[in-house]
Design a binder for this molecule. Structure first.
Ligand code: NDP
Length: 468
């Protein structure tokens, strides 16, 4: 599985199944098997049967196996990156598919290494109490198409470390990357620990309503997150919902436009904007608004957009035709509302693939759809403000709260502003940089529950208090 061809052959079905296309060329690259509810029943039974033995291995042995899985990923990293680039579209280079494959390995190793000690929560004359976490049991994971292999790992690695076994449903748009990752790690994991069931939203809905799951972790849209919360309510599995966002960034007047431009750019345009915690609306103080716009445009102009598998590309196509239409509509509405297109906004609609150029829009009303709706693509609205309180009000005005950022030469001042922002993470002078030890999760319509680090392990366990 160390070559792209071998990896693809291991996961694609010879005939039948769902055709998977390269979003840069519309070419069919392979066919994914499609699983239904009978397959779900079989997978759930096998996963349930495998769980006690997996849990009984203990933390040390499970961690050893997760590290061995990471070694296997490292050996196949180039093949996996190539497949991600072909299926999802992100470039090999920059914060692209090689970065994604590296993240898979890093998150596996961190899940293996993170200590989770019992906590003594009471120790006085009234008694002693200790809180610890054990496996929840069987975890159902439902994932999106934007970072298919990395987000799958965020879901299954901590779950496995805690002694759960996992059934995972990837997005219908990116099944091969997740099947490939599972094929790689299942070279070292025991049977039944991790099963991937490719299928569509109906299979996801069947999972959400299935009583076998002790825990469901979901990453995707707010709309689907709500459906999962509703349909799982009868069974009361624990839920982690990582949902959409519309992350604001606030640039204070003392920021240095040239110094922050590249980080602003990647905060917004990583994965061609198709990132849950990307910077999606930027509020810039009037005093430096034009300089920030110019600096951003200068960075954007030197980022080549092209096929994922081209070594020259820094930006790729949008993964789906639907996503292209969403971005296109929002930009056209912005144009109609009087927005100024500093760059971009003129895709070649007849060309193959779903390429939408990097687009910067200024001069929009605060309630323009490009500002208040999640674009999930390469079109950034930039809004001038004069009153910081008003910018903070705007940042908090939407019913989502995944990430946010504050940009300033005075880090302490930026941290003060950060305390007033309603988001799961507020970054200072950067945006969207996740770390496997730093808890990550949203508030408001961006969902609930934490991933990563010690909190992420607890979230896929169940508590046990022993009080004496
Ligand atoms: P969707 O919510 O459409 O799909 C996510 C997953 O849910 C897919 O596997 C999908 O299956 C499945 N699904 C669809 N309908 C149901 C249902 N009724 N019950 C259970 N599962 C279902 O999101 P996208 O894949 O389109 O991802 C884009 C969205 O996800 C954006 O809004 C983005 O912000 C958000 N997102 C959030 C992240 C976070 O960490 N907070 C990370 C990445 C994305 P299928 O696709 O096969 O039909």
């Amino acid at each position: 599985m160390e070559s792209y061809e071998n990896l693809l052959a291991a996961v694609t079905t010879p005939d039948g199944g769902r055709p998977v296309t390269d979003p840069a060329t519309d070419e069919v690259i392979g066919r994914a098997p499609e699983r239904g509810t009978d397959d779900l029943e079989r997978a759930v039974a096998a996963t349930r049967a495998a769980q006690p033995a997996w849990e009984a291995l203990g933390h040390e042995e499970r961690s050893r196996l997760l590290n061995a899985a990471a070694d296997a990923v490292d050996r196949s990293a180039e093949a996996l990156a190539h497949l991600i680039s072909r299926e999802q579209g992100k470039p090999l280079n920059g914060p692209g598919s090689r970065f994604e494959a590296g993240g898979v390995s890093a998150w596996l190793r961190t899940a293996a290494a993170t200590p989770l000690e019992p906590e003594r929560v009471l120790d006085d004359e009234s008694g002693q109490a200790t809180l610890s976490y054990r496996a929840a049991g069987v975890v159902g994971a439902i994932g999106p198409w934007n970072w298919p292999a990395l987000i799958a790992t965020w879901q299954f690695a901590p779950a496995l470390r805690m002694g759960n076994t996992v059934v995972m449903k990837p997005s219908e748009h990116t099944p091969l990357s997740v099947l490939a990752l599972a094929a790689i790690v299942n070279q070292v994991l025991p049977d039944g620990a991790l099963t991937v069931l490719p299928g569509d939203g109906d299979l996801g809905a069947a999972m959400a309503a299935h009583p076998a799951f002790d825990k469901i972790t979901f990453t995707g849209s707010t709309r689907t997150g709500r459906a999962i919360a509703t349909s799982s309510a009868g069974n009361l599995p624990r839920l982690t919902l990582e949902l959409g966002g519309n992350d604001p960034g606030i640039v204070l007047p003392d920021a240095d436009p040239a110094a922050i431009a590249e980080d602003l750019f990647w905060g917004a345009f990583i994965n061609t904007g198709q990132t849950c915690a990307a910077l999606k609306r930027l509020y810039v103080h009037q005093a430096i608004h034009d300089d920030v716009v110019d600096a951003l445009a200068e960075v954007a102009a030197r980022m080549p957009m092209g096929r994922g598998v081209s070594e020259d590309s820094m930006l790729g196509p949008l993964t789906t035709a639907d996503q292209f239409r969403i971005v296109d509509n929002l930009v056209e509405q912005a144009r109609a509302a009087g927005g100024r297109l500093v760059m971009g906004g003129a895709p070649d609609r007849d060309a193959p693939g779903h390429f939408y150029p990097a687009t910067l829009v200024t001069g929009l009303p605060l309630d323009a759809p490009l500002v208040v709706d999640e674009q999930f693509g390469p079109a950034l609205p930039i809004i001038a403000y004069t009153d910081l309180d008003e910018a903070i009000t705007q940042a908090n005005a939407l019913d989502v709260g995944l990430g946010a950022s504050v940009w300033s030469s005075d880090v302490e001042r930026a941290k003060q502003v950060a305390t007033r922002i309603e988001a799961g993470t507020v970054w200072i002078n950067k945006h969207g940089t996740v770390h496997p030890m730093v808890p990550f999760g949203g508030v408001k319509g961006s969902g609930y529950g934490l991933e990563f680090g010690v909190e992420g392990l607890k979230a896929v366990g169940v508590p046990r208090v022993i009080a004496a």
